[in-house]
Design a protein around this ligand. Structure first.
Ligand code: GLC
Length: 651
């Protein structure tokens, strides 16, 4: 078993050992291997123990770990040791992230490096650069169809450019997050090409079948991810004369983790990027890692075992590196990607909080917090040493992943409510100002998701078109309100590039044949730096949003109660338009922050008398940490303007 505290202590003891023993330069590696080997062996055996070559594969696994440990730089090894000592280092309130496409943001890695001061200006200290690995020019799913897992896409730059960027980020205290697409490769990857040429070793890397017999069995229960553009889960490959499993697009071949060689290859790749300076690795589409006939082929127990094994192996070679689970699944399922039946995370330390994201969008459409309150109550507590990635927008669509039972409890009919949300965000409902588009409509199930940029979904695009100053102001306030909710909730807030200056939909994708059929490109902008420059001009929309966010990020970093230790209490209030929760610093229970957000476009009142005294919190002194002002209460009534929020320090 691996346990952080005892491991740190063990390292300290080893430091004091006799110099003759110390000469062995794989000391930390052997210690960690010893500490983890029981878990590694058990997991590897559960997955592959039935194979004749089990021992040979286990030997390859350990050799892979050792080789990558030897390749790991002294600097990164030092960071590993520091992070082992300070093992909750990523739970603090000091982190604020941004996700971006390298080409969309600054053309390439060199351009990105020249923009690092922009992140510092805003207060961003965690940077997720979306896939930059080699991929075909056209059919690449935005880089998520990788044709070489160890090479940088020539359009983005070189490994040296990444090394330089990684150094610069490290010097400035910014964490680097890179993607590893575990679930599939491009059909142009060497493995796929060899499989196509008839090489059995590489056909075993994928799910490949001679006829429709097995694919038909799988299809009975497998849902479709892209029903409009890539229906079905198998693609006929003319060259090979066989069917190949392609859950996402037809050019993304699913890797087969029943084969230990695939696991070892992908582990080696994860460690390769860890050694190139990634502090955090985003593991793409983890819910899909294991396929089993008769199931939906998502969230399978073995997918979790694969991730646990990946984590335990990474702990041996690069223990300072964290994993993000990209599992956009139901709350009860997503929580398992931290690790089930564990106290501290044993799979991925970080997971996307898609539930909160979708619920916040529900609140935007309904202008109330009914479902938001309900859904957050159903979100299970996370483990210690695990945290959420809280976000509003990203490069993907918005799925309405909330629970039907919660929709019912909030007083709506699930089907009707989902239809309303889609209509609202596509601008089809009443006077909705939203300018989103339907994504992934499935006529068989009636499901649909939403594309569109944050600014366009909240109405800023429409307001700018008409020039209505009041509507522009409201949209800006709503953008800030939504961010205030992800910055205070607990977890790492992850902003999406362009949102900090109110970037609206990018309709240009329609002119590019390789993108036109995928409207997620609507919200994958090319950064408009002339627009970004307007952040320096007082009174512009860009300045108001940028400075508002900058202020909030700076204030967040100084509030210990915003660190993530399951220290949030949801407070049900009578006024349905308000979302209210209390954050308490574990070390200072007398100093709490009351977060209040008004989701309505009209002024609202919070009756503080109904909050009840929580221990010693008397709501006697209250100060809004963002504005620095103390709101005045009349008869215990706290007034909120449309889309106003408070971070009230109370004693
Ligand atoms: C993840 C990515 C998404 C991609 C899919 C397949 O969900 O976020 O953009 O289409 O994986 O790689």
């Amino acid at each position: 078993m691996y346990e952080q505290v005892s491991h740190s202590l063990l390292n300290e003891i080893l430091d004091k050992l006799n110099p003759e023993i110390k000469k062995r330069d794989l000391r930390h590696f052997y210690t960690r291997l010893g500490a983890n080997f029981y878990a590694i062996y058990s997991l590897f055996h559960q997955l592959y123990g039935h194979r004749d070559d089990f021992k040979a594969q286990a030997l390859r696994l350990v050799e892979t770990l050792a080789r990558q440990y030897i390749a790991r730089s002294g600097l990164l090894k030092k960071t590993d040791i520091e992070r082992e000592k300070d093992y909750g280092w990523f739970l603090g309130q000091q982190w604020a992230g941004m996700a971006l496409y390298c080409d969309g943001f600054a053309k390439n890695l060199k351009g990105l490096e020249s923009k690092v001061s922009y992140f510092q200006e805003l207060g961003i200290n965690l940077l997720h650069i979306m896939p930059i690995l080699a991929c075909p020019q056209g059919a690449s799913d935005g880089g998520y169809a990788v044709s070489n897992f160890r090479e940088i896409n020539a359009r983005a730059g070189t490994l040296d450019d990444l090394a330089s960027l990684s150094r610069t980020l490290r010097q400035r205290g910014i964490l680097l997050v890179l993607d590893v697409v575990l679930n599939h490769s491009s059909n142009e990857h060497e493995w796929a090409q060899k499989a196509r040429a008839g090489d059995q070793t590489y056909q075993d890397y994928y799910y490949i079948f001679d006829n429709r017999e097995m694919p038909d069995l799988y299809e009975e229960t497998m849902p479709e991810v892209f029903p409009e553009t890539a229906p079905g889960n198998f693609t006929w490959d003319e060259g090979m004369g066989k069917w190949v499993m392609t859950v996402f697009n037809h050019y993304q071949w699913d890797l087969n983790y029943n084969n230990p060689a695939v696991f070892i290859e992908m582990l080696d790749i994860v460690l390769f990027w860890a050694n190139r300076g990634a502090d955090v690795i985003r593991l793409d589409a983890v819910a899909f890692l294991w396929k089993k006939i008769g199931t939906i082929c998502q969230n399978e127990r073995e997918a979790h075992l694969v991730l646990q094994l990946m984590k335990d192996c990474c702990q041996v070679t690069a223990p300072g590196v964290l994993f993000i689970a990209e599992a956009i699944v139901a709350p009860v399922e997503v929580i398992k990607y931290f690790g089930e039946d564990a106290v501290i995370a044993k799979e991925c330390e970080i997971a996307y909080n898609a539930t909160y994201m979708a619920l916040l969008w529900d609140a935007v459409a309904t202008k109330n917090a009914k479902l938001l309150n309900q859904g957050i109550q159903s979100l299970p507590n996370k483990l210690d040493r695990a945290t959420w990635l809280n976000y509003l927008r990203g490069h993907d669509d918005i799925g309405l992943g909330f629970d039907d039972m919660d929709i019912l409890r909030a007083g709506y009919d699930p089907k009707e409510h989902r239809r309303f949300i889609i209509e609202y965000f596509t601008g089809a409902y009443g006077d909705s100002p939203a300018k989103g588009m339907k994504f992934g409509s499935n006529p068989k199930t009636g499901d649909a998701r939403i594309s569109g940029s944050l600014a366009s979904l909240v109405g800023l695009e429409a307001a700018l078109l008409t020039g209505n100053a009041d509507e522009i102001e409201k949209s800006v306030k709503l953008i800030l309100l939504l961010h205030s909710m992800i910055l205070s909730f607990g977890g790492i807030p992850l902003l999406y590039y362009g949102d900090e200056i109110g970037t609206t939909n990018n309709y240009g994708y329609r002119d590019d044949a390789s993108k036109a059929s995928d409207n997620r490109w609507l919200h994958r902008p090319t950064m408009d730096w002339a627009k970004a420059a307007l952040r320096n001009q007082h009174g512009t929309v860009e300045q108001q949003i940028f400075d508002g966010l900058k202020k909030m990020i700076a204030v967040r970093k100084g509030i210990p109660a915003f660190a993530d230790y399951n220290n949030r209490e949801l407070i049900g209030v009578e006024n349905p338009h308000l979302f209210v929760f209390l954050r308490t610093a574990p070390q200072q229970p007398t100093n709490a922050i009351l977060v209040v957000g008004n989701l309505d476009a009209s002024p609202q009142i919070l009756d503080m008398n109904t909050l009840g005294n929580r221990g010693h919190l008397q709501y006697r002194t209250m100060k809004d940490l963002c504005s620095g002002e103390s709101p005045t209460l009349s008869n215990g009534q706290l007034a909120l303007e449309p889309y106003q929020f408070y971070w009230l320090s109370i004693q």
